[in-house]
Design a protein around this ligand. Structure first.
Ligand code: G6P
Length: 366
């Protein structure tokens, strides 16, 4: 009820603002990276596996796509990520040395549970879940688990569950690296420091809300939007587009920026806002030329740019500056403004933000 909402208009807004706390709780008071964070048998399992297969639906699937970048780069273990409802029905080649990772806020999604059982039926016994509900079917069915501490999420569009999943998945990448002797003490210490600072860093991004609201007013009259990201921010672009679709009913698509010229450029006109995630990373110069391609065709760019990217506002290029560059954990910070943009656009359009039409919080039937 209203009392629970405090100063917020919707649960979704409240849950967006709870993220510093949710991430801090998910990290608990971890003092060192060890496989045991994922369960008693984790060390043995992590030693044995030679690849990772991630299965999930919806927003949780996008957390999985982000995790692929982390696990391959930090732990050097090959990763596949599949939509649960596809995996369960296709002929695949099982590998008994796979670590099967399910990601689920509710732990009750029918397709994800069925995909897990399908994998087990194919002889894959090493199972782990990243899940927000400790008492769920998913946690009971998996050998290993990491429980995210987002707390109850009421808004149908997932927000704090996603960023806590990412936090847990980053820990998984580190723990796998450790089991495979890929994690130096220096790297471990640096990573823990960056993780512990996350709640404060997220707080600084939340403070951008007034600037994002001004953008949202302009988005409210649009019928389409394009989201661009590259590398580990491409899945964040997908999540940003999903948020906007789910709650504002604006059609939105995400593309890896390098793929623009293979189709989406044909859609770019003055009527097409192009949201761009611009972290300061190795791909920045390439991203800038992708932005130029949009700009040259009259597209309006809305850029979330890290402070040191030297991307400035000009005619047709709107920039909101992110407070800091956050290295490998940057996808978590870049998620926040996209949540706020979707939220305020939906508010401006007057949709039922917490209960979007035709959608359910947890899809427990196929
Ligand atoms: C529904 C929800 C999404 C969620 C997806 C997967 O579509 O609306 O927010 O990402 O299910 O749910 P899960 O509980 O498995 O993460």
């Amino acid at each position: 009820g209203a009392a629970e909402l405090g100063p917020y208009r919707h649960y979704m807004q409240k849950e967006i603002f709870e993220q510093p706390r949710a991430v801090a709780d998910t990290l608990q008071d971890i003092e060192s990276i060890t496989p045991e964070l994922f369960g008693d048998q984790a060390y043995k399992v992590f030693k044995d596996i030679d690849n990772v297969l991630i299965l999930a639906c919806g927003t949780s699937y996008y957390a999985g796509l982000t995790a692929r970048y982390w696990i391959e780069s930090i732990a050097k273990i090959p990763v596949n990520v599949e939509i649960a409802s596809e995996y369960r029905y296709r002929d695949s080649v099982p590998n008994p040395r796979s670590l099967v990772v399910t990601i689920s806020q509710s732990g009750e999604t029918a397709d994800t549970l069925a995909a897990l059982k399908h994998a087990r039926g194919l002889g894959m016994e090493h199972t782990l879940t990243i899940c927000n509900v400790a008492t769920s079917a998913m946690v009971r069915e998996c050998k290993l688990a990491y429980i995210t501490r987002a707390g109850v999420e009421i808004g149908v569009a997932s927000t704090k569950a996603f960023t806590t999943q990412l936090t847990a998945l980053f820990l998984l990448a580190l723990a796998l690296a450790q089991a495979k002797d890929q994690l130096s003490e220096v790297k471990e210490a640096e990573s823990l420091k960056a993780l512990r600072h996350l709640p404060v860093a997220i707080g600084a991004v939340l403070a951008l809300e007034p600037q994002i609201m001004a953008w949202a007013d302009r988005f409210a009259s649009k019928e389409n939007a394009l989201f661009l990201g590259r590398g580990m921010h491409y899945p964040i672009a997908l999540e940003g587009a999903l948020k906007l679709k789910e709650i504002s009913y604006i059609h939105a698509e995400a593309y890896p920026a390098g793929e623009l010229k293979h189709g989406p450029l044909a859609l770019v006109t003055e009527a097409m806002p192009v949201v761009t995630i611009a972290p300061r990373d190795e791909l920045l110069e390439k991203l800038k030329s992708n932005m130029q391609e949009v700009h040259a065709r009259g597209g309006e760019l809305y850029v979330f740019a890290d402070a040191d990217t030297r991307i400035g506002s000009s005619e047709g290029i709107h920039v909101i500056r992110m407070p800091e560059n956050y290295g490998k954990l940057s996808p978590i910070l870049h998620t926040i403004p996209l949540q706020l943009l979707a939220y305020h656009t939906a508010c401006a359009r007057g949709t039922d933000v917490d209960k979007p039409r035709n959608l359910a919080k947890s899809v427990t039937v196929e």
